[in-house]
Design a protein around this ligand. Structure first.
Ligand code: HEC
Length: 214
């Protein structure tokens, strides 16, 4: 028994020593352009999924997610805050998305949405995902109702064409924190950091010789 305990302790001390040497020796590669090993990737993915599973427990999804006004309001916020990373119907990629690791999922092409998925989306949008580039939008002042509006919009986006996406965004109130019309927290078009998206589908406004050129 004594030998077993000594063995376990030695393994723990040696393991911790190796771990510290790896970290302090600068051997953990944090560069976003070099992928994780399969093992680390699958561990992180499992941790993310299990954490979201815990987070969504007891979350109740509004019954009116198919409400047209919700979808319309969600479209405006999505277009203002999310499209550069998560794309939209008719867009292929963006500079920011190509550089992020993990790559933000293309939310315009996801499968048939479900209520369970709606809850997961709400949780991820509200709380974000550590060290991934996915912000916790609640910290930016986006209220729960506005997040549900975006979830409502995400449920229908994969069925939209480029034209119907544009029409919905046009019909929305643009970017608003509460998902409601008016209010002091509303921004006008162009006042947002995210309203100047990267080159989405080649229709960018920033690849001219006066501004940002490649
Ligand atoms: C700067 C880039 C960036 C922006 C902007 C961004 N996201 Fe994300 N998002 C990510 C990344 C990266 C992930 C994947 C994180 C991971 O899997 O670890 C993600 C994941 C998600 C997911 C989970 C998808 C799934 O099925 O796992 C949802 C939903 C989502 N984002 C919605 C949004 C919405 C809505 C907005 C705008 C309000 C937004 N995101 C803005 C980078 C971004």
């Amino acid at each position: 028994m004594k030998g077993f305990v000594t063995g376990v302790l030695t393994t723990l001390v040696v393991g911790a020593g190796i771990g510290l040497a790896v970290v302090y020796g600068g051997k953990v590669d944090v560069a976003a352009d070099s992928p994780h090993s399969d093992l680390i990737f699958s561990l992180l993915e499992t941790a993310r999924e299990k954490s979201i599973d815990q987070g969504v427990k007891g979350l109740s999804v509004p019954i009116n997610l198919a409400d047209k006004d919700r979808i319309r309001r969600g479209a405006g916020n999505y277009d203002a805050m999310c499209v550069s990373c998560h794309l939209a119907p008719g867009t292929e990629n963006s500079e920011i998305r190509m550089g992020l690791y993990p790559t933000p999922p293309n939310l315009s092409t996801l499968d048939e949405p479900s209520t369970e998925e709606a809850a997961r989306k709400f949780w991820v949008i509200k709380h974000g995902i550590k060290a991934s580039g996915m912000p916790a939008w609640s910290k930016g002042g986006i209220e729960d109702e506005a997040i549900w509006d975006m979830v409502a919009f995400l449920q229908v986006m994969p069925k939209l064409t480029q034209a119907s996406y544009g029409e919905l965004v046009e019909a929305s109130e643009g970017h608003s924190h509460g998902g409601l019309t008016g209010g002091e927290l509303m921004h006008g078009q162009g006042s947002d950091v995210m309203t100047a998206p990267a080159k989405v589908n080649g229709r960018s406004g920033h690849d001219n010789s006066d501004g940002h050129a490649h």
